[in-house]
Design a protein around this ligand. Structure first.
Ligand code: UD1
Ligand code: MG
Length: 479
């Protein structure tokens, strides 16, 4: 149900320098979705009346992604004044005048924070009378985080940043996760008073906490159930750790939904993937983007499928495929490379060391060994002989090859496009098909074989080949 009293502010203006990347930190993908996308998805689940995202660093790229993923979000620019407090201040100014509810503040780089944790935080905030409720966590190593300083009555007195903390304060293990619920009115009143007199010269949001206490308002902190939920991503080590954790959650979800995952540690499944019951995923499988696997299919080992559809009961072994459709009961690999636009019909086969691109291979048709099939349409129940190659590119344009149904091509054929092979036609081994083959015809282009008898003994006398030939021919009339 929509929560008309709720606004969510996503802080996403920071630099992310420790990532050492040309790509803005919060746009790095995690299970196929930009880091900030996970935060936006969580925000959306709360059904708030308003979502405001604060941007500054790489603002155009970040804003474009935010708008694409969440068109209803308002993007606001932070100005030259630095700090989380300033970020929240500019976000608040983007809220409609009439709004006077609760404001949730989250960081754009904390992707595993889930909606149920946030809902509980909001509930706790609304059940009490505190002006602010902080999501805290207990970390064995609290280095880098703001510490929660509690008063003797258990309320939060203030938050002290690592860089501003005394030695005694550094021993505190309860940290500020950077996630809060504020009552807008008090937040607005106190933010105005926050200065920049600290080690970093920034306007800290955390200073609002101490100011609220001084003004007589209550501030509470609720510890999160498990600390990984609030883990932020600052560098690539944390990116990998978070990806591993999220993947574990995703894999477990599919296992409980009826998918056999032989080795969860080497199986990577993006968030947008869908998988049917009784699918089996073998070690080294990566399912990327909006890939959909129908029930009973067997994928892997060592297979990556990006934005692919795999039909019921299909088998895909040691394969790399992108934007391909694999029909029900079809068989792919081992060692197949399916490029975009490959459509394999039901019960069809793309076999070993075969590359395909922009090609439709019909029901029951097979390309079993050592082939390149590009810009081609193959009908039904056709068999392409080993080593069949479509020469689709004449160095100027790409041309199509059309092969009918019930065609049998010989081994090592070249189909020089544009060319058509009619239904039921056959081609001999080694044929270079340059002209259309009518339905039912046999096409052969290779010159008939000449044997020059005795050539080796005459021209290579003294070699082992000549000796072997002589021995083999002894007593036979070779003339
Ligand atoms: C902040 C908290 C700290 C807490 C930690 C949790 C403050 C002053 N400190 O510290 O108590 O333990 O988060 O991770 O808030 N951002 C902006 N504009 C800015 C600066 C930051 O939008 O001017 C955004 C960043 O993009 C990030 C978030 O705010 O998403 C937190 O900023 P960051 O610089 O990581 O704060 P910390 O120093 O980690
Ligand atoms: Mg941080």
């Amino acid at each position: 149900m929509a929560d008309n009293n709720l606004a969510v502010i996503v802080l996403a203006a920071g630099q992310g320098t420790r990532m050492k990347s040309a790509l803005p930190k919060i746009l790095h993908p995690l299970a196929g979705v930009p880091i900030v996308g996970h935060v936006l998805a969580t925000a959306r689940k709360l059904e708030p009346a308003h979502v405001v995202v604060v941007v500054r660093h790489e603002r155009d790229a970040v804003a474009a992604t935010v708008t694409e993923l969440m068109p209803e979000a308002v993007v606001v620019d932070q100005d030259d004044i630095a700090g989380t407090g300033r970020a929240v201040e500019v976000a608040i100014s983007a809220l409609p005048r009439g709004f006077d509810g609760d404001v949730v503040v989250v960081s754009g780089d904390v992707p595993l924070l889930n909606a149920s944790t946030l809902s509980q935080l909001i509930e706790a905030h609304r059940a009490g009378d505190a002006a602010a409720t902080i999501l805290s966590a207990f970390f064995d190593d609290a280095t880098g985080y703001g510490r929660i300083v509690r008063a003797s009555n258990g309320y939060v007195d203030r938050i002290v940043e690592q860089k501003d903390a005394t030695l005694a304060e550094l021993d505190i293990t309860e940290i500020n996760s950077g996630t809060y619920v504020f009552r807008l009115k008090e937040l607005r009143e106190q933010l105005v008073l926050v200065g920049t007199d600290n080690t970093q010269g920034e306007k800290y949001l955390t200073d609002v906490v101490g100011l609220l206490r001084e003004s007589g308002s209550g501030v509470t902190a609720v510890p999160v159930s498990e600390s990984w939920i609030v883990a932020g991503i600052n560098d690539r080590v944390q990116l990998a750790e978070t990806a591993r954790r999220l993947n574990q959650i995703i894999v477990t979800g599919w296992q409980l939904a009826g998918v056999t995952v032989r080795d969860p540690r080497t199986t990577w499944i993006d968030l947008d993937v869908t998988i049917g019951e009784d699918v089996e995923l073998l070690p080294g499988t990566m399912l990327i983007g909006p890939t959909a696997i129908e029930r009973g299919a067997i994928i892997g080992p060592d297979t990556s499928l990006d934005s692919c559809e795999v039909g019921e009961g299909a088998t895909v072994r040691r394969t790399d495929a992108t934007l391909a459709v694999i029909g029900a009961g079809a068989s792919v690999g081992p060692f197949a490379y399916l490029r975009p636009g490959t459509i394999l019909g039901a019960d069809g086969k793309i076999g070993t060391f075969v590359e395909t691109k922009n090609s439709k291979i019909g029901v029951g048709s097979k390309v079993p060994h050592l082939s390149y099939i590009g810009d081609t349409t193959i009908g039904e129940h056709t068999n392409i002989g080993a080593g069949g190659i479509t020469a689709n590119y004449d160095d100027l344009v790409k041309n199509r090859t059309e092969i009918g149904s019930h065609v049998h091509s010989g081994s090592h054929n070249v189909f020089v496009a544009p060319v058509r092979i009619g239904d039921g036609a056959k081609t001999g081994a080694g044929t270079v098909v340059r002209k259309d083959v009518p339905a039912g015809a046999l096409a052969i282009t290779v010159a008939s074989q000449r044997n020059m008898i005795g050539w080796v003994e005459a021209n290579r006398s003294g070699t082992e080949s000549a000796a072997a030939a002589a021995a083999a021919n002894e007593g036979t009339d070779t003339a």
